[in-house]
Design a protein around this ligand. Sequence first.
Ligand SMILES: [Zn+2]
Length: 454
Amino acid sequence: MTKECRGPNEKVSLRSPRAALQFVIRHRSLVRHSLIRPSSFVFLLLFSPALQGADNVSVLGSEPHWNVLERYEETITHDEFTRLVKDVYCTHGLAPDLVEISDKTARILMNRDAQKFFILRFADNDDARKTVPRRWRPAKLLSSTKPQKPLSGLKIALDPGHLGGRWAKMEERWFQVGSSPPVQEGDLALRVARLLAPRLSKLGAKVSFVRNSNEPITAKRPDDFLETATKILISHGVPQPRADVLDPNDPEKEQTIRWQSKILFYRYSEIRRRAALVNFKLHPDLVLCLHFNAEGWGDPNNPTLTDLNHFHLLVNGSYLPEELEFDDERFEMVRRLLSRAYDEELPLADTIALAMARETGLPPYQYPTTNSTTKVGKSGYVYARNLLATRLYRCPVVYCEPYVMNSKDAFARIQAGDYDGARAVNGVERKSIFREYADSVVDGLIEYYSKAPE
Ligand SMILES: [Zn+2]
């Protein structure tokens, strides 16, 4: 599921009550359709005056190094920059002083209190563009000469979402029907990654794992965040936060230090550590984030199974105006835009989506609102959304969300486990759900890298 990006504890800096109200309206619709239940706390923190702290950065973020953008001077034209801002990254608009585009330059706000700006010079025309600095290589620089090795030289990092194992309950990526084996998203995603890896290697790719066990990448644990969790709660209008949750159905559990410290651990700290691994060690040309989707299942010990089943893929974009108020998120958005990761990840996501549609026969997921996402590309299955992983990994990222784990069909197939060939599940002969997932990703990659765009 795609709730990594924000939680009720996301620090939000809002400049006007009107903006705050719009944000609440957006988040209301977001939380209603997720497993993270809305709470009065979400609304409380948004109006807290303590939100405008000294460091205007998102949760566990740090002050950006704006001088990095100097390397992108004259690498993009005015028209291309404007197109990416309007169609991909700032589709919900942005405050006029955050990014001001003129003929020759873009003026990007670095710090509002100090009124400091970064001035990015555009290239005069396409021919005058300087080379875009980046570690990853686009498909056109990788064209393989061997037909049996279409992924030759491609460095792919596989990122199975979440943790699974003993952490699955804490992550709220766990449900169990009666006495059947529990469904844990982190475990399912890892299984798909392990099926994918040898197949991709055989096709010539150099495969690495961002996670290859049920243990976190981060060395931190919830106990390391007790102080930060307390500070967040106090600064968000809970003067004397409770230490622990008394009852799992406690509607105010979000206001406890324990609950906040867990989210800081498994979401923010973990994904930020994965990003460090991707950006400073693995240096892949592409990251595939592997997830399974879900519809709200209610009580995890007595979950609702649904007839709904669908899939979609995500690429980075569609930042909310409120997110762009954070100095680090705005910086990361601009850096990502300038890296042109989108030009690679969008056609790739579209190609994988069509392969997945053929294999699974599933319809595209339709987000109930367009408040946090923007449909992009041609396949009808791809959305832009600002998730922590798609924002922080500095290379093209395709984030896969096939299957509703608690659909009757997917649940039966998950219970059937992994197997060779086809078997009747719910009266239909099918591949194992894990192989179907892996096969469709492989098919999409072969297709994309065999005929890389000019
Ligand atoms: Zn997920």
